[in-house]
Design a protein around this ligand. Structure first.
Ligand code: SAH
Ligand code: SF4
Ligand code: F3S
Length: 445
């Protein structure tokens, strides 16, 4: 009769793939402590927020959601509310969080995420609230196994941190300097994943091309990528993100000769204006970027590119913006994430003159989105009547269709009587609606 009730956790994640994967690491820690996941906040014993601070709206979003917990915490004081991720690493944010949300039990950072289990136990033992943060990373942390929930894809960190200090970006301040993981550990993790049945591996780093340049290993990224692609098994490999300044012919050669590596490169350009690129401290010109694109397409004619673009950076004129639109059209991105510049305290750009008015920023992003969507639609239409192979990720109950992505990142939907999740499905493409394809399975493996 004195059987203890199973404890439950609920994690809310904001931000990028890196953060999504770190939530999987947090889930791993909690599951080893005997917790199970729940989708329902009201029955959770621990609620975790894994925050992002890349733009102001990411922060506002988290602030709003944390605030909503006040009532629940009042009803159930034994509930533990923990806030971690990039936002807590920001200067002064932990104090602000404590002040605005006195009911938060634990504030921790992404540089001491491995301590989460101990912090929760400590909070249970003692009445005191906990703020536990590290200013600097302590070497390369090898985490215990994450509890993955992204099957059939698995994310694998190859490095942490960033040294680039793009003038708009807060990441180097909240994630510390570049640290490369030991290649043997990476390869072992990948081999195990393939054995477990994962069919796609995505190698993660803020700038994967500088893997190894911190002196932790002699292996460079092209070699590591090739070694991953040579692991035996039927799976595909992706990587992100590549910084254009470090995107080399050696890397393109590796992609060209290893068919497991997807023919899609996420190569954030940020702007098409040399003046703005310089102010952003990106260390390439629009011309140099185009040269890399041409080099890639010459070696791999079917290669597609995706990008990140910022509009309304300080000092951006109509002419600068038009240069961006021109570059986007010239490259013909398969898709692109577009962002309105958001000043981040402590970054160089935040104190630059010529902040662009909001209405101008909004009008520019709308124009850019239209151009990007036009490219995406055009590419989708070209698929119709042909075939493509997708990796089935899930079932959409609203549409009653299975779906997944092809190697170029294009979403494809199809009907099936059998469960197709985790299978490579060759589709005959019957139709397209802008971003997505609709098809009929021809073969499955
Ligand atoms: N390391 C990756 C991406 C990091 S953040 C890279 O270098 O490409 C993802 C994207 O967010 C960036 O590519 C950039 O386009 C955008 N971003 C970063 N800081 C921003 C800011 N202050 N305002 C608006 N967008 C920003
Ligand atoms: Fe930010 Fe630039 Fe580093 Fe990417 S490369 S994380 S944009 S500083
Ligand atoms: Fe990612 Fe946001 Fe941090 S984009 S690296 S979670 S600031």
């Amino acid at each position: 009769m004195n059987e203890e009730k199973v404890k439950k956790y609920h994690i809310v994640t904001y931000g990028c793939q890196m953060n999504l994967h770190e939530s999987e690491k947090m889930a791993g820690i909690l599951s080893r402590k005997g917790y199970v996941a729940t989708q329902d906040k009201s029955e959770a014993d621990v609620i975790l927020f894994n925050t992002c601070c890349i733009r102001e709206n990411a922060e506002n979003h988290a602030f709003g959601n944390i605030g909503e917990l006040k009532k629940l915490k009042r009803q159930r004081p034994e509930l533990i509310v923990a806030v971690g991720g990039c936002m807590t690493q920001e200067k002064g944010k932990a104090e602000l969080l404590k002040k605005r949300f006195p009911f938060v039990d634990i504030v921790f950072g992404n540089l001491n995420l491995e301590e989460l289990g101990d912090l929760i136990e400590e909070r249970r033992r003692r009445k005191k609230k906990i703020v536990s943060l590290r200013d600097e990373a302590q070497g390369v942390v090898e985490y215990d196994p994450p509890l993955r929930n992204s099957f059939p894809n698995a994310w694998v960190n190859i490095m942490y941190g960033c040294n680039n200090f793009c003038s708009y970006c807060i990441v180097p301040y909240v994630r510390g300097r570049e640290r490369s993981r030991n290649p043997e550990n990476i390869l072992e993790e990948c081999r195990a994943l393939v054995k477990e049945g994962y069919r796609e591996i995505t190698l993660l780093g803020q700038n994967v091309n500088s893997y190894g340049s911190d002196g932790e290993t002699d292996m460079c990224f092209p070699e590591l990528l090739e070694r991953v692609a040579q692991i035996e098994g039927d799976f595909r490999v992706r990587f992100m993100t590549s910084h254009p300044k470090d995107f080399t012919e050696a890397l393109v050669d590796v992609i060209a000769r290893n068919r497991k590596i997807c023919h899609l490169v996420h190569l954030p350009v940020q702007s098409g204006s040399d003046r703005i690129l310089h102010a952003m401290n990106r260390r390439y010109t629009a011309g140099q970027y185009m040269e890399k694109v041409r080099m890639l397409k010459a070696r791999i004619p079917d290669a597609e590119l995706t990008s990140d673009i910022i509009v309304g950076f300080p000092g951006e004129t109509e002419e600068d913006f038009e240069a961006t639109v021109k570059l986007v059209q010239e490259v013909g991105f398969a898709s692109a994430f577009t962002f309105i510049y958001s000043p981040r305290t402590g970054t160089k750009a935040a104190s630059m003159p010529g902040q662009v008015p909001e209405d101008v920023q909004k009008q520019r992003i709308m124009r850019l989105i239209e151009v990007v969507n036009g490219l995406t639609r055009e590419k989708s239409a070209k698929y119709v009547g042909g075939e493509t192979e997708i990796l089935c990720e899930d079932f959409d109950p609203k549409r009653s269709l299975y779906f997944g992505r092809d190697e170029y990142g294009r979403m494809g939907y199809f009907p099936s009587e059998e469960d197709m999740i985790g299978k490579f499905v060759r589709l005959r493409v019957d139709g397209a609606n802008g971003v997505s394809l609709f098809g009929t399975p021809v073969s499955v493996r």
